[in-house]
Design a protein around this ligand. Structure first.
Ligand SMILES: Nc1nc2c(ncn2[C@@H]2O[C@H](COP(=O)(O)OP(=O)(O)OP(=O)(O)O)[C@@H](O)[C@H]2O)c(=O)[nH]1
Ligand SMILES: [Mg+2]
Ligand SMILES: [Zn+2]
Length: 373
C-alpha cells in the first residue's frame, strides 16, 4: 500500500494539490489508493455531462471524455450513470483531437438521487458538502417545496443553506425569513436561512462560511428561482448575455445541464437545471431523519399508533407547524407508495426470471428429445 501511495505522490504530487482545489477530499484519496489504478490514468472530476460525452477536469484543464467500454457496460448493468461531481480514473486521448476515457469510477462520498418515472434511481450529483436550496421571494416561495428539497439534501447527508433570492423584490423580507425559520423549528437549527439579492456581490459575502476552498456545493430549486444568477455572482462570471428564447420571449435562459464551476473564493459549485418533478428517493426512515422533531414529539402522543390526524392528545399536531406536518405526511405517503412500487417491480422481475428459466428448461428437454431421435 505504501509503495502505491508513494507512487501516486511521486507522479502526481502537484496534481493532487490542484485536485484538492477542485474538491478532492481525503476520503476520495483513500478510496483511490484502495482501488487498483488502471494503467496510464490520472484522477479527474466529472464537471459536465453532455448527451454524447462528459467533461472531466484534472485540476489543470478540462478534457472531453467518454466512459471506457467496460465502465459503460458496468454502469448500464447497475442502471447507474456517471454524474457531475464524480471522481474517475481518466486516461488521456492518444491524439489531441480525440476524446479521452473515463476508465473507472471511484466510490462517491454521497450522491443526490431521485426516482425516475419508471421507478428507477437517477443520480443527480455526487460528493457534495453543502446544498443551497434556492427559492425566489416572489411567487416561488413555498415551504412544502422546501421540505421536499430538504429531504433530497438530507438523504445525502449534505449541509443545507436555504437561500431566499430576489430579496430586492420583496416587501417583507424579515417576515419571509421568520416564516421559513418557524417552519423548520428548533429541531433543524443546523439549517441556515438567508435572504439575498442574487445579483449583488453581497450574496457571496453572506454565503462565505460555506464557500471554503475545495468544498463542493450544489444549487437546488425550481426553474427561475435564481440558481444560475447566484452561480454567476459567486463565480464572478460576467452577466450572462444569453439569447432571448423565442418560445417565451422573457429573456430567460433555462439551464439544461448540470455543470461544476469554481467560485471566486475557491469552492466548487454545481449549478443544476430546475427539477420540475422531484420524485423522492427516500424511505420512511430517511423521512423520519429529515423531520426529527416529529418522531420525538410522537413519543408524547396519547396513542402509540397516533397518525397525528384527528386523534385527541396528539403532541405532534399541537407543536409542529401545520404546513410542515402536512408536507411530512404527504412525503411519507409518497415514500410508502415508492416502496410498494419497488416491491411490485421486484416481484415482476422475479416472475420474468422464472418464466425465462421455465422456457429454457422446456427447450432443453425438447433439445434432449431431438438428440434421442
Ligand atoms: N431582481 C432579482 N432578480 C433575480 C434574482 N435572482 C435571479 N433573478 C432573475 O430571475 C430570473 C431567473 O433566474 P435564473 O438564475 O436564470 O433562474 P434558475 O434558477 O437558474 O432557473 P433554471 O435554470 O430554469 O432552473 C432571471 O431573469 C434573473 O435575472 C435576484 O436576486 N433579484
Ligand atoms: Mg439556471
Ligand atoms: Zn400524534
Amino acid at each position: 500500500m505504501r509503495r502505491v501511495r508513494n507512487q501516486i505522490q511521486m507522479q502526481d504530487s502537484l496534481d493532487l494539490r490542484a485536485l484538492r482545489d477542485i474538491g478532492l477530499s481525503h476520503a476520495t484519496v483513500q478510496a483511490a489508493l484502495a482501488q487498483p489504478r488502471p494503467d496510464d490514468t490520472r484522477l479527474a472530476r466529472v464537471v459536465e455531462i453532455q448527451r454524447d460525452h462528459l467533461v472531466v477536469h484534472d485540476g489543470v484543464d478540462a478534457h472531453a471524455a467518454v466512459p471506457w467500454p467496460t465502465l459503460r457496460v458496468a454502469l448500464e448493468l447497475e442502471r447507474d450513470a456517471l454524474v457531475v461531481g464524480d471522481w474517475v480514473w481518466w486516461r488521456a486521448a492518444a491524439s489531441g483531437t480525440d476524446r479521452g476515457w473515463a476508465v473507472s469510477r471511484l466510490p462517491a462520498r454521497n450522491r443526490l438521487t431521485r426516482r425516475d418515472p419508471a421507478g428507477g434511481r437517477q443520480g443527480l450529483v455526487a460528493n457534495i458538502d453543502t446544498a443551497l436550496i434556492v427559492m425566489g421571494l416572489d411567487h416561488d416561495f413555498n415551504l412544502r417545496r422546501l421540505d421536499r428539497f430538504l429531504v433530497l439534501a438530507h438523504s445525502a447527508d449534505a449541509r443545507v443553506v436555504v437561500v431566499l433570492t430576489k430579496a430586492d423584490e420583496c416587501a417583507d423580507v424579515a417576515g419571509a425569513l421568520a416564516r421559513a425559520r418557524t417552519h423548520l423549528g428548533d429541531a433543524r437549527d443546523d439549517i441556515a436561512v438567508i435572504a439575498v439579492d442574487g445579483r449583488s456581490p453581497d450574496a457571496g459575502q453572506a454565503l462565505s462560511p460555506w464557500l471554503a476552498r475545495g468544498s463542493t456545493l450544489v444549487t437546488l430549486g425550481s426553474s427561475g428561482a435564481g440558481k444560475t444568477m447566484l452561480t454567476n455572482t459567486l463565480t464572478g462570471a460576467a452577466s450572462p448575455t444569453h439569447a432571448v428564447r423565442a418560445a417565451d420571449g422573457r429573456g430567460q435562459h433555462t439551464t439544461t445541464a448540470r455543470t461544476l464551476h469554481r467560485t471566486a473564493a475557491g469552492a466548487c459549485l454545481i449549478d443544476t437545471p430546475g427539477l420540475r418533478q422531484l420524485w423522492l428517493d427516500a424511505d420512511a426512515r430517511a423521512l423520519d431523519d429529515a423531520f426529527p422533531e416529529i418522531g420525538t414529539l410522537a413519543l408524547q402522543c396519547r396513542y402509540r399508533n397516533c397518525r397525528h390526524a384527528h386523534e385527541p392528545g396528539c403532541a405532534v399536531r399541537a407543536q409542529v407547524p401545520k404546513e410542515r406536518l402536512v408536507s411530512f405526511q404527504k412525503l411519507m405517503r409518497e415514500a410508502r407508495r415508492g416502496e410498494e412500487d419497488i416491491f411490485q417491480r421486484r416481484r415482476q422481475v422475479a416472475r420474468m426470471k422464472q418464466r425465462t428459466r421455465n422456457t429454457r428448461a422446456r427447450e432443453a428437454v425438447r433439445g434432449a428429445g431431438k438428440g434421442d431421435a
